[in-house]
Design a protein. Structure first.
Length: 234
């Protein structure tokens, strides 16, 4: 299962690929399955990949979930071997890097919507819970964005002192916290509130401001500051 077995290309397959690429260059590819099919032709050069493209989308539902999927899940799809999994994971990593560059190029808190969009694309569709910190300078510009902790499907162990150590090493004067809920519900838990209170209290000792703590899913982002501003009082 997932092995890339040699398959003789159908007559006309090369012409189909050429037409697919021509349509892309002219801006004529609009469907997700066609764009994915074109991408897969670069990883699997001697096979018809239209069926594989559709199978991947049927299995994962949409492109964000597909590109967030772990390699083992990708390779479990018949016909999707190592090359297919590698190019999909490469696109996912490049998307994260491009998103980080876009956020770094402008003041983070001047446009909260762009931060939420970036976080949803970065961690919203991940299967494992992860905790990230955005490190900001005195002008609220992003210094760096890091995943500090990863956990099981529904929890991750977060150590407040490690969060503050990371901020101090980066000379950050403010931080923004975020973590994802793989289950798809962005409602903050009691543990989320307690953790925010502990990190904010510790940050206060080092004159570091905690702007917010966002709970992220693939389609939503909830602000703990909006839920309980008292968590962030200095």
């Amino acid at each position: 299962m997932g092995a890339e077995t040699p398959v003789i290309a159908r007559p006309g397959a090369a012409g189909h690929r050429s037409r697919l690429r021509d349509r892309f260059r002219r801006g004529g590819l609009t469907r997700d399955d066609e764009l994915l099919e074109l991408l897969l032709t670069f990883a699997i050069p001697r096979r018809d990949v239209k069926g594989l493209s559709r199978a991947l989308l049927r299995t994962f539902g949409d492109l964000p979930t597909l590109f967030a999927a772990p390699e083992r899940a990708l390779r479990a799809i018949p016909g999707a071997g190592a090359s297919c999994a590698a190019i999909l994971r490469l696109v996912a990593v490049l998307r994260e890097r491009l998103g980080a560059c876009a956020v770094r190029s402008r003041p983070v808190l001047a446009n909260a919507a762009s931060v939420e969009e970036y976080l949803r694309a970065w961690i919203g569709a991940r299967e494992r819970e992860c905790f990230v910190v955005l490190l900001l300078n005195s002008r609220n510009e992003l210094i760096d964005a890091r995943i500090l902790f990863e956990g099981t499907v529904n929890e991750t162990a977060v150590y407040p002192r490690e969060v503050l150590r990371t901020a101090l090493e980066a000379n950050a004067t403010a931080i923004l916290l975020a973590h994802n809920h793989p289950g798809g519900t962005p409602c903050p838990s009691r543990e989320d509130l307690d953790l925010t209170r502990r990190i904010t209290g510790l940050a206060r000792e080092f004159a570091i401001r905690v702007h917010d703590h966002l709970v992220v899913t693939r389609s939503a982002c909830v602000s703990l500051r909006e839920q309980d501003a008292g968590l962030f009082r200095t």
